[in-house]
Structure formats: structure tokens, C-alpha cells
Design a protein around this ligand. Structure first.
Ligand code: ATP
Ligand code: MG
Length: 497
């Protein structure tokens, strides 16, 4: 149950009150305008009636002079209604009519006048009239008027309507305000409770979303997405620190053991040297691991996003392939790059180059048989050809629709479908790989870099061997780009065939 004080203090309630005040002012203005129009209309009608009556009397005056006029007025004054008449002589004494008293000086000014008055049979002082004064020859004065009670009644009605509508508005506004405030407050309270749970350490908790799609829902959805991102980053950080704790302990222990061993070698300078060299090697490998971990963490958090630029991905891949040419030779493999020119991507050239290098390194390490093996290949028919085919590593960069496909394929043992996701985790090395150097970070980095560029990396069966495909969004090809023209031509050919 939400406390009433809290409801009254809520922004929703205060906003409702502000709207209520505005509506009340609006209602007042509208009713004021209506009242003014009605009163003006009544006044106009009264003036018209007075003018018509005055015309009639003027005719009588023209026909029979002051006597006839007095007679007609006396006759009309006796008729029921709200018409008022008064005829006075030059001394101001009443000769005929139903008006008994007027404020002093009213009869001196010809024209329309609004004035209080008393009748012969009613001396209450709240009577008002709209009247026209005429000056007649001989100092006679004629007043033709109309009682304004109807107008006063209409004005009273208007004021009552305004008061009633203000009361209704106030009640409805207050109730509406309380209802809205309650609804909003209960949702805000639910959100505060959820955020308190999150602050207490329950990172799986999320802000409630009502499903109405309103601004509170949008806010909750955005905050939930932010929480999911923070959660993912924290999990990543935790994984990195766990990895460091577990997986770096072995090489560090090895380093320590080498140093300890060296200490035991007494006096042998050569042995000391060899031990120190081994220590430096181990340290370099450790530094390499730290650098790789750092690169993965930066790619995963998107820290390098600001340094992205446009570059020719084919050129970058060829540069890496050139670097790996001697290594391929040494491994008894042929490196076959098939690269479409002019494919531009937006990204970090250094990171993408490092990913391609990791994949080529893997293909040569696990996909190409050692040269000795190639030499010892069976001499059975087709045996040499098989050995040669197995040692081929293909690198291809091509554009497929709006994406760039970078693929590295080998003919080695490949990776079982069940392990293809697992190997993307940090420090995961499969059984057959233990005899080769490495720390299990190459694929993790390549995958993180693909994600950083808005793409993805997948492992496929190359039957036999492994095919790793990195898909990245490509920048739209410039007009006249030969590769694009080739693709368009190919698409046209496909469509017509
Ligand atoms: N082309 C491949 N053919 C067969 N197995 C592979 C291939 N590439 C990777 N693997 C397997 O996946 C594991 C993870 O590869 P990853 O590149 O992440 O680490 P690594 O090569 O062992 O070490 P690092 O790349 O850090 O030097 C490897 O240990 C290996 O077992
Ligand atoms: Mg590797």
C-alpha cells in the first residue's frame, strides 16, 4: 500500500494538479466568454425592444401631443411585464408611468443608461433597468426602459455553472491525479525494488517491463539492456581473471622451476646461459599470453572501436599471407590465397590482420603434415598426391552480398562438431594439440575481433580438415568498383540462367 503522503509528493500527482489548475482557468475563460456573449445579446435585444416601444410612443406623441402620450403610457404601465415607463414635466414631477424613483440626474442625460430604480408597487433597492431617456419639447422627459432581472438571472446561472464545473473538475482532477500517481508510483517502486536487488549483488535481476510499451517500459528495457551488457562485461572480466589465476599458473611455475634448477647448477657458465635463455623464452611466451588476453579483452569490450577506419581487407590478408609464406614452406604446405580486390571494410586493420594470422598459424600447425611426414608418405598409388593435397592451405577473401567472407581452410584433422564452440573459449586446446606450442587463445581473439566488427566467425568441416569463416559487414562498393561489377554481372548471369 502506497502511503498517501508519498502519493501527494509524487511528480505524477503534482502534474495532475497543474493540469487541473490549467483546466479550471480554461473553464473559467470559456464560461466568462459565454456569459459576456449572452449578456451582450440580452442587452442588444432589450435595446431593440426599447427602440420599438419608443417608436410607438413617438407616433402617439406626434398624433396627440403630451396628453395622448401620458394617456398611452398610463395604459401601458398597467400591463404586466418588465417594460418601464416614466413621463415627467419640466420640474421633474411624474405625470405617468410605473417608475416611482430614480437616482438624481438620471433623467437629465438623454440616451441609454443602466440605472437602479423602484416601481410604484415595489420599493426593493436591488432592481436595475436598462433605459433610454428622451427630452421632449417643453421640458418634458420620457423614460422607456426594461427591467434587467432576466439578465441578472442568466449571469447568476453562469456563475453557478462555473462554480459547479470547478468543483467537478477539482474532484475528478484529484481522483485522476491520485489514480495516475498510484499507478506510476507502484511501477517506480517495483523498479526501485529490482534495482535494490541488483545493487545487493543479484546481477540476474531485471527491471520489470509491463508490456504497454510506454516511456517507463522503454526506460526499463534500455536499463535492462545496459545491465545485460554490464553483466556480460563483468562475466568476461571474471573469466579473464579466472583464466589468469588457473592457466597462467603452469607457465609461471615452469618459469620458477627453471630458475630454481639453474640455481642448483653450480658454476657451469654454459648451463647457466642455457637456463637463462629458457627463462627468457618462457617469459616471452608469458608476455605473449598477456598481450593476447589484453587484445581479446579490448576486442570484447569494444575499447578499440574509436580507432576504426576504412581499409582494403584483401590487401591486409595478402600482407599476412606473405608473412606466412616461409612458415608454410617450412611446414611443407602450399599457401593459396584467392583474394578479390577492392573490398573495403570499416575496422581495425591490426586486429583483423592478427586474427587472419592466428587462423593461418592454426592451419599450418594443425592442418599441414610435418615435412618429414610428407616425405614418408605412402608410395601407394595416389599417395603422393594425397600428401600434397593435405598440405594445401587456402585463404580466400570475397564479397557475398553485403558481407565480406574471409575463409581459411586446411586438410588436417579438423575439429569435431561437438568441440567447435568450445574451442572459441580462452585457453581451450584439444587433445591432439598438446604436443604443439600454443596457449589456446588464437581462436578466441579471432572470434572476439569478428564480433567487434559487427560480424561473426564460424568453424566448418572442410572434409577433410577445418574451414574457418569470418563474416564481416562490407562497406558499399564504390561506383565502378571492378569486383562489384563482376558480382553484378555474375548475379545477372545467375538470374538469366
Ligand atoms: N586448423 C585446425 N585444425 C585442427 N584443430 C585446430 C585447428 N585450429 C585450432 N584447432 C584446435 O583448436 C584449439 C584452439 O586453437 P587456438 O588457436 O585458440 O589455440 P592454439 O593454436 O592451441 O594456441 P595459440 O593460438 O594461442 O598459439 C587448438 O589447440 C587445436 O586443438
Ligand atoms: Mg592458434
Amino acid at each position: 500500500m502506497i502511503a498517501l503522503g508519498k502519493l501527494f509528493r509524487s511528480t505524477a500527482f503534482k502534474l495532475s494538479l497543474a493540469f487541473l489548475a490549467l483546466s479550471a482557468i480554461g473553464a473559467g475563460i470559456v464560461l466568462g466568454i459565454v456569459a459576456f456573449e449572452v449578456v451582450s445579446f440580452v442587452d442588444d435585444e432589450t435595446k431593440k425592444t426599447i427602440a420599438a416601444e419608443a417608436d410607438g410612443l413617438s407616433e402617439q406623441y406626434a398624433q396627440g401631443g403630451i396628453r395622448r402620450l401620458g394617456f398611452v403610457i398610463e395604459h401601458r404601465a398597467r400591463e404586466p411585464g418588465s417594460s418601464l415607463y416614466l413621463l415627467t414635466n419640466f420640474a421633474g414631477e411624474s405625470l405617468a408611468g410605473n417608475v416611482a424613483r430614480l437616482p438624481a440626474g438620471v433623467l437629465d442625460r438623454p440616451g441609454f443608461v443602466e440605472t437602479p430604480y423602484e416601481t410604484i408597487d415595489d420599493s426593493s433597492d436591488d432592481r436595475r433597468a436598462l433605459a433610454r431617456i428622451f427630452l421632449l419639447p417643453g421640458g418634458f422627459r420620457l423614460l422607456v426602459g426594461h427591467d434587467l432581472r432576466d439578465r441578472a438571472r442568466i449571469s447568476g446561472l453562469m456563475v453557478r455553472a462555473l462554480a459547479i464545473s470547478l468543483i467537478v473538475l477539482a474532484v475528478l482532477g484529484a481522483l485522476g491525479g491520485l489514480f495516475v500517481a498510484r499507478r506510476v508510483l507502484s511501477r517506480i517502486d517495483a523498479m526501485s525494488n529490482a534495482s535494490r536487488a541488483i545493487m545487493a549483488g543479484d546481477m540476474a535481476e531485471r527491471l520489470p517491463v509491463s508490456g504497454s510499451g510506454d516511456e517507463l517500459d522503454r526506460l526499463a528495457e534500455n536499463l535492462n539492456m545496459m545491465l545485460a551488457r554490464i553483466d556480460a562485461l563483468m562475466t568476461g572480466m571474471r573469466e579473464v581473471s579466472d583464466n589468469i589465476a588457473h592457466d597462467l599458473r603452469t607457465p609461471l611455475t615452469r618459469l620458477r622451476n627453471h630458475a630454481e634448477e639453474a640455481l642448483r647448477l653450480e658454476g657451469d657458465k654454459k648451463a647457466y646461459r642455457a637456463a637463462l635463455e629458457r627463462t627468457i623464452e618462457e617469459s616471452d611466451s608469458l608476455i605473449g599470453i598477456f598481450n593476447a588476453l589484453l587484445m581479446i579483452a579490448r576486442a570484447e569490450t569494444g575499447a578499440d572501436r574509436a580507432q576504426m577506419g576504412d581499409f582494403d581487407v584483401g590487401e591486409a590478408a595478402r600482407a599476412v599471407a606473405d608473412l606466412y609464406e616461409p612458415a608454410a614452406e617450412e611446414a611443407g604446405a602450399t599457401l593459396n590465397p584467392t583474394i578479390e580486390p577492392g573490398i573495403i571494410v570499416r575496422g581495425n586493420r591490426e586486429l583483423l590482420g592478427q586474427s587472419i594470422a592466428n587462423l593461418l598459424d592454426n592451419a599450418l600447425k594443425y592442418g599441414a603434415p610435418a615435412p618429414t611426414l610428407a616425405l614418408a608418405a605412402p608410395t601407394a598409388p595416389g599417395g603422393d598426391t594425397l600428401a600434397l593435397a593435405r598440405a594445401e592451405v587456402r585463404l580466400s577473401v570475397k564479397r557475398v552480398g553485403d558481407t565480406v567472407e574471409i575463409a581459411i581452410a586446411d586438410h588436417g584433422a579438423g575439429i569435431d562438431a561437438a568441440d567447435r564452440l568450445r574451442v572459441l573459449d580462452r585457453f581451450v586446446r584439444l587433445e591432439g594439440a598438446r604436443s604443439r606450442p600454443g596457449s589456446g587463445l588464437g581462436l578466441s581473439l579471432a572470434s572476439a575481433v569478428a564480433h567487434l566488427h559487427g560480424g561473426a566467425m564460424r568453424l566448418e568441416d572442410n572434409a577433410p580438415g577445418l574451414r574457418v569463416v569470418i563474416e564481416l559487414p562490407a562497406k558499399p562498393a564504390a561506383l565502378g568498383d571492378p569486383s562489384q561489377q563482376r558480382q553484378t554481372a555474375a548475379a545477372c548471369a545467375d538470374a538469366t540462367s
